[in-house]
Design a protein. Sequence first.
Length: 442
Amino acid sequence: MRFKHWVWVLPALRAGVKAVQCAAPPLNLPLRTISVAPGTFSHGIPISIGIPPQQLVLTPSLSLDTPFIPRYTDSCIYAADASRPANATRWNGRDGKIVCAGIYGGGFVPTLSTSFFDNGTNSPVSEAWFKRARFSDWHFMTDKFVFADYLEAYVQQNAALPEKRNLTTSFILPDEGATFGGLSSSVLSLTPGSRLLEALYSEGMVPSKSWSLSNDSLCLGCVDENAYTGEFQNFKLADRDKDGGLPCLLQAKVETLDYYSDGSSAGVALLDDAFVACIDPGVMSLVLPTDAYTKLPEVVGADVKAAFEWSATSAGLPKNSSSFLRFKLTGDLEVDVMLPRAGVEDVKDPSGQPLGIETGSWGAYGQGVPVLGKLFTASIVLRWDEVTQEYGAARRNPKASEKSDLEPLGCDSFLSLGKYVETTPSVGVILQSSSIREGRGA
Ligand SMILES: *[C@@H]1O[C@H](CO)[C@@H](O)[C@H](O)[C@H]1NC(C)=O
Ligand SMILES: *[C@@H]1O[C@H](CO)[C@@H](O)[C@H](O)[C@H]1NC(C)=O
Ligand SMILES: *[C@@H]1O[C@H](CO)[C@@H](O)[C@H](O)[C@H]1NC(C)=O
Ligand SMILES: *[C@@H]1O[C@H](CO)[C@@H](O)[C@H](O)[C@H]1NC(C)=O
Ligand SMILES: *[C@@H]1O[C@H](CO)[C@@H](O)[C@H](O)[C@H]1NC(C)=O
């Protein structure tokens, strides 16, 4: 009986693991630091939207299923339920547009785009983030979309020209005069239900809806084997609607959190108890539990004003400071996060430098909801595998200059390109077709 059973099971297993062809060659997009308004710098994925194109920098994020792009408005840092008003004295005397551009990586002006279409609906309010923030002053819109680096990345990685370079896709745009619903970045949606990834996938522009993300690049349908060391630690997709749970998709337990004034000194423990936190590269700051938040001023130095209503600031960290926080997550992943230093951020505020540690009242998942935001994710390689429905986190490879080694993620072998001969003034003549890369274990 046992033997017979195996005879039946084996072919079935085989069929189950049949290699899945990727829908496209890999797309490894660089994260860039770009100035979209005088004196501001935004780090993220540059895009062009509309005809004629408007430039924005999007931040990879796990908050929304649809990319969010703001309008330019003086009220861009105000959120209805937040304690931090639009005219917080911190921004006094500065041009609201430039503040918006600095925070959001630019803004969109729909009246300037001939291909803009407001589809007139935001209902049902399907976006969990906005449902929670009770923010409904927005509409779905569609417009032409292109990754600013798509052509260059494609040519570099495939030695061929792409057939398709842009697509029309949905965005969330706040209504005229509306505040921005508490987000702290323009969102490049990387959720499992991302409308953008779905559109790119169905147009054959990305290999799969899986991705990996480092501080240097976003690999769509791929992972750069040289970007990390060791193994990925996996995290099940969390239920963000669970009563009493955290309202986010990627959650991890922080066992210990220590402050180090430099690499050679002993760490100082900041936690009384382990805590569960959201991990989201779209949240700019760290939101820590109360014990860490109250101990930090003592260990960093008297100049830290952690009591400030929404954010810890420091006048004490000099430019050459090498202080960092060491997070140890369940499963032994250890991540060092450098604290921002004087002069790193474009905030000329006499009361001190933001430490990137906030209470969550604005730009995070809510007051007191712990979040390991971009400051943290910039120090790891993060991935989503839609086949296993798991997130993964791994240590960054410190040898950043290594050549990239792209492997398929969410599918088994990259789409091979046919023989291709084409000329463009900037690219030249391409005679070679790219080679096919096989996924591991495929
Ligand atoms: C800032 O906002 C508050 C409340 O909305 C208002 O009372 C105050 O006059 C504003 N200050 C400035 C400088 O606009
Ligand atoms: C979209 O891509 C096509 C080629 O695929 C190109 O001809 C067209 O100009 C592009 N449109 C925009 C708005 O970039
Ligand atoms: C508007 O766009 C959203 C997002 O793409 C879509 O779900 C919805 O069906 C659209 N509604 C209409 C009326 O076109
Ligand atoms: C940082 O610079 C100051 C003044 O230039 C110097 O005194 C201090 O030793 C430096 N600290 C480190 C950690 O290099
Ligand atoms: C991430 O990249 C930006 C821009 O290159 C850089 O300023 C920043 O220090 C990097 N962060 C980490 C943690 O490496």
